[in-house]
Design a protein around this ligand. Structure first.
Ligand code: NAD
Ligand code: LMR
Length: 342
């Protein structure tokens, strides 16, 4: 018995060593917009992630302060803050393998995400230019809204610089799945940890398409309409509640950190890592949608396999049809804007 105990604990130790060896791979992660409502808690969560060895924080204001604060947390990663002065952005991005971009303005009540386009398009374009120059091979995780368009903007910038890799560009739509899973658990009184509702499409209003039927749920009538509305307009719930002081930040930080963790796991060799994300996708290109969010298997090189949307009910097909119309317009808007404003 004692021998068995010893060998079991030796096995446990070996497992722990194997884990910490893979978890200690050197990975530099950059956050652009790190002083903001999302940027700060996202940076905090990344500091707690043992897979991150270097955390580079950039913002037009205050990143060195956020970095100094976070750097005292007793995890191994080194944290450095960068300002726009001198070569700040270059220093932040050089050597980065993952770049998260939550830079830009959030909504106020009454605004759509598309209303942010005029301000955020140029912010994302300029940051994408810097990334294309200083870390062209990094995975780009775009959080800044309107995501349906800012991802297309990033693609155009990378294409213009001749470094576009469709496997490394991600619109972060994780929050939609987090919400869809939480909201059904509230409705059905289940454990949200066991819910993983498929959400496809884009990240705004009716481009967000939850596919409840694929998790075996069959809500009907008002219950179904209310559920779909809540998933599609969950962001507005937060915007309204914050009453002019911004949009979702804490839940978004969790969602962004979860997506980064999945990419890191896949990069460090874990198999079968699947996340929903908005990527350059063949699924609806023939309908003018170059980008589409669906479940994606992640691998060491980024996108490994794009999963099809799967079987839909007639109701879900109706939602998808509406989604594709809006999404096409949002993608074209981003693409055309860079052509006019390179
Ligand atoms: P915020 O205003 O609190 O923070 C934005 C930060 O970006 C600020 O610190 C600002 O200084 C910085 N910034 C502005 N221009 C910059 C530039 N050129 N370079 C670097 N940093 C710059 O806003 P927030 O609440 O953190 O939201 C940020 C963005 O994320 C918004 O566009 C919001 O709509 C979006 N968002 C997306 C999702 C999603 O699911 N993808 C969820 C929530 C919010
Ligand atoms: C969200 O879904 O919470 C974000 O896209 C922010 C917003 O504007 O609603």
């Amino acid at each position: 018995f004692a021998a068995r105990q010893v060998s079991r604990s030796a096995f446990g130790l070996a497992q722990r060593r194997a884990f910490s060896a893979s978890a200690s791979n050197a990975t530099k992660v950059a956050v652009l917009g790190s002083t903001g409502g999302i940027g700060q808690p996202l940076s905090l969560l990344l500091k707690l992630n043992p897979r991150v060895s270097e955390l580079a924080l950039y913002d037009i204001v205050g990143a060195p302060g956020v970095a100094a604060d976070i750097s005292h947390i007793n995890t191994k990663s080194n944290v450095k803050g960068y300002s726009p002065d001198g070569d700040g952005l270059k220093g932040c991005l050089s050597g980065a393998e993952i770049v998260l971009v939550p830079a830009g303005v959030p909504r106020k009540p009454g605004m759509t995400r598309d209303d942010l386009f005029n301000t955020n398009a140029s912010i994302v374009r300029d940051l994408a230019k810097a990334a294309a120059e200083h870390c062209p091979d990094a995975a780009m995780l775009i959080i800044s809204n309107p995501v349906n368009s800012t991802v297309a903007i990033t693609r155009e910038v990378f294409k213009n610089k001749g470094v576009y890799n469709p496997k490394k560009l991600f619109g972060v739509t994780t929050l939609d799945v987090v919400r869809a899973s939480r909201f059904i658990s509230q409705h059905k009184n289940t454990d949200p940890a066991n819910e993983n509702i498929v959400v496809v499409g884009g990240h705004s209003g009716q481009t967000i398409v939850p596919l409840l039927s694929q998790s075996g749920y069959s809500l009907e009538g008002k219950d179904l309409d209310d559920y779909v509305y809540r998933v599609q307009f969950g962001g507005d719930e937060v915007v309204k509640a914050k009453d002019g002081k911004g949009s979702a930040t804490l839940s978004m930080a969790m969602a962004g950190a979860r997506f980064a963790e999945s990419l890191l796991k896949a990069a460090q060799g874990q198999k079968g890592v699947i996340e929903p994300t908005y990527v350059d996708s063949p699924l609806f290109k023939d309908q003018g949608c170059d980008f589409f969010a669906s479940n994606v298997t992640l691998g060491p090189n980024g996108v490994e396999e794009i999963h099809p949307v799967g079987k839909l009910t007639d109701h879900e097909q109706g939602l998808l049809d509406k989604c594709l119309v809006d999404l096409k317009g949002n993608i074209e808007k981003g693409t055309n804007w860079v052509k006019e404003n390179p």
